[in-house]
Write a new protein. Structure first.
Ligand SMILES: Cc1cc2nc3c(=O)[nH]c(=O)nc-3n(C[C@H](O)[C@H](O)[C@H](O)COP(=O)(O)OP(=O)(O)OC[C@H]3O[C@@H](n4cnc5c(N)ncnc54)[C@H](O)[C@@H]3O)c2cc1C
Length: 657
């Protein structure tokens, strides 16, 4: 994977790239927000860096509005240090005596993502509007992965998703999840019809960028037949497209065969057996050992699974790749019907169902904002799913003493235990770390809507089998980089809206999806500012899926913003240079949404056993424990919003009265 910072940094190249340019990230010290008057936004970090701690909770300070922060976001500096100190066993010695707040609630929710917010919503609906609920989250903003990125470029507000992209799932939304959408005023199919702008990019297609470090020569080649997924985009023959690439003749011949050939590579083998074999081999092995393709084809396909799986084709089963319409299987006579041996995501692909998709301009952050507006009256103006898109949240209202439901940000739970024996206790105590201190609150129950891996540290009293199950899955690391550009004339000149860059630091880049809803208008013409999404998946091919994910966590936390920025500028300059793109002039803002703990771990036939019904680690991990129940998408082993909602619903039903 090309990383231009590996020994190739040069002052003159930095100058060309605009590393010296003043863009919004200049307000950041390696991604750490510097607030008004030079105060550090995170009191915790302030104390680490020797500056005076800000005594009042950060979210109550005037001007506190995390969606507009740029630089290093996602797991931003200040959000994970407490949890890591807890893991490393150093939190308690540094925190000193726990401060009793005296606060008592009906319910304490740990985790302010969609699952935790939905749990609070369901609890209030069930137990009444006077229910007192406290929601704790370690980030400076609510929403978990469903985060909003809000840019202001040349006087225009541009929104996009910092994480969760859209309402879409492998399977139809459940009665509860769909019901919640309806209560929030969201009708995905109707919104998609009404608000998605399907014409602004008319005439622009897709392209591959072949970088010289991986492919020997540098070239942007537009219009692969059928686009990236073979089902849309340009027409034509693959041989003609490939002839324009720098790929070897062996690679060209075999890619054309993979894309267009009608070969049954397992002739005579019964269909069920074919599927069973394909589910136990990677797509890479399928290409090399079954299709017998030349190894030069692998770099072209290696990253194609990154967006959906967070790992490359070496670690994704061939049967999944068939289900998600990868090429090579068209002559094998495989029926598109649900079958064993598919991951959750791929099984949904072969299960017939109606369309249920909508992308809000800020992704599913709009769902989180609608939930917050409902839970905390006065937190945002408006009353429709349309107007929430441009309404401004008043963060000062979120943890207000007059509100029965409070959302406390920058607060990492470090302990959740029963007050007394778990079988008879009437209360749960939750301790959270904030400003390097420990604070205690009590509730009649607690829903842990945080990540499975953190729960054993919070609840040392859990049974050993449950703790082991909670530790099993390893969340998938991902980076959603967003770059604010002054205009998109380079894309227009090159005739592209999305580029696959299989050898580069970010494996793809795309113009933001255009949606016009309420008062929000996306970019309408090439001369206007726009946001570009870039995807990076820090996996380590050759290892098991879980090991790749662990390696990715370390890489992400060890990579400074400057390294991202240099690679972003270099990549955009090289890919779009032919269209006149100038990174020193055209880039207005950069946000790196870093998610070391991204997608929930989905079970994968290549790496995980085929557990009997009810015995998967997530089934054991989500067992209720007295007055403590467990929500979040890890509890379903499925990285989707509806799953997070369903788990929030279940966790509330399991709370004892
Ligand atoms: C980059 C990305 C893109 C995605 N795109 C889609 C998509 O397009 N469609 C879709 O349906 N799904 C998508 N998903 C999956 C979807 O976002 C999740 O399934 C869902 O949002 C998970 O919600 P959650 O509340 O379970 O977890 P999270 O969103 O992770 O929220 C849990 C919260 O708990 C916090 N927490 C953890 N430990 C503690 C602690 N000790 N104390 C306090 N707080 C704590 C976490 O920091 C987090 O804020 C995507 C996920 C990612 C990462």
């Amino acid at each position: 994977m090309t990383d231009i910072t590996n020994g190739k940094r040069s002052p003159s190249r930095d100058h060309e790239l605009g590393m010296n340019r003043s863009i919004t990230r200049r307000d950041f010290l390696n991604g750490i927000a510097i607030g008004a008057g030079g105060a550090l936004a995170s009191p915790w970090l302030a104390s680490l860096l020797g500056a005076p701690a800000v005594p009042s909770p950060a979210q109550d300070r005037p001007g506190y509005y995390p969606p507009t922060l740029t630089g290093m976001r996602g797991s931003h500096p200040g959000s994970f240090e407490v949890a890591h100190a807890l893991r490393d066993g150093t939190f308690w010695q540094d925190a000193g005596k726990t401060i009793e707040t005296g606060e008592e609630y009906d319910l304490i929710v740990v985790g302010g993502g969609i699952s935790g917010l939905a749990a609070a919503y369901f609890y209030r609906r069930q137990l009444g509007s006077s229910s007192r609920i406290l929601i704790l989250d370690n980030h400076d903003d609510f929403g978990g992965h469903a985060k909003r990125n809000e840019f202001h470029v040349a006087g225009r507000m541009l929104l996009t998703n910092g994480g969760t992209f859209a309402i879409e799932s492998p399977f139809p939304y459940s009665k509860e999840a769909r019901g919640l959408m309806t209560e929030l005023g969201i009708d995905p199919p109707a919104f998609q019809k009404k608000y998605a702008d399907n014409h602004v990019y008319d005439g622009l297609g897709s392209a591959y960028f072949f970088d010289k470090e991986t492919f020997g020569a540098e070239r942007l080649v537009a219009n692969p037949p059928g686009g990236f997924n073979g089902r849309q985009g340009a027409s034509g023959k693959w041989a003609d497209f490939l002839a324009r690439t720098p790929l070897s003749s062996d690679a060209q011949r075999d890619i054309a065969r993979i894309q267009e050939g009608q070969v049954d590579y397992m002739e005579g083998v019964p269909q069920a057996e074919k599927k069973a074999r394909l589910s136990k081999m990677s797509y890479k092995d399928f290409l090399l050992k079954v299709v017998k393709a030349h190894p030069d084809v692998i770099p072209v396909y290696q990253t194609r699974t990154h967006g959906l799986y967070g790992i490359g084709i070496d670690a994704v089963p061939a049967l999944d790749c068939w289900a998600i319409h990868f090429p090579g299987f068209q002559g094998m006579g495989l029926d598109r019907v649900p079958s064993k041996g598919l991951t959750f995501t791929a099984l949904g692909e072969v299960t017939p169902q109606e369309g249920y998709f909508f992308h809000f301009p800020d992704g599913n952050a709009s769902i989180a904002r609608l939930l917050v507006r409902s839970l905390v009256p006065g937190s945002a103006p408006g009353n429709s799913a349309e107007d929430v898109v441009t309404s401004k949240i008043d963060y000062g209202r979120l943890d207000h003493k007059d509100s029965p439901i409070r959302i406390r940000l920058n607060s990492t739970a470090v302990l959740a235990r029963h007050v007394g024996d778990s079988r008879s206790a009437k209360q749960v105590e939750v301790v959270y770390g904030s400003d390097k201190k420990a604070y205690s609150v009590r509730g009649k129950g607690a829903v842990l809507a945080c990540w499975n891996m953190v729960i054993p540290y919070l609840c040392p009293d859990l049974p050993a089998e449950q703790k082991e199950a909670l530790h099993y899955g390893v969340k998938v690391p991902l980076v959603y980089t967003v770059v604010g550009l002054r205009n998109w004339t380079a894309f227009h000149k090159l005739g592209v809206r999305g580029v696959s860059c299989p050898g580069m630091y970010h494996s793809s880049l795309n113009l933001d999806l255009a949606v016009n809803i309420g008062e929000y208008k996306s970019s309408e013409s090439p001369g206007q500012p726009i946001l570009v999404h870039m995807l990076r998946t820090p996996c380590a091919p050759g290892l098991s899926a879980r090991e790749q994910q662990r390696a990715g966590h370390y890489e992400l936390l060890a990579t400074p913003f400057e390294t991202f920025e240099r690679n972003i500028r270099d990549q955009l300059a090289r890919v779009l240079g032919g269209g006149g793109f100038d990174p020193a002039h055209d880039i207005e803002a950069i946000t790196v949404n870093r998610w070391p703990h991204g997608y929930a771990y989905e079970y994968n036939p290549l790496w995980d056993p085929d557990w009997p019904e009810g015995k998967r680690p997530c089934d054991i991990a989500r067992r209720p424990f007295g007055r403590i129940t467990i929500a979040n998408s890890d509890a379903a082993a499925a990285a989707y919003t509806d799953q997070a909602i369903d788990q929030g619903y279940r966790a509330v039903q399991e709370l004892p009265s």
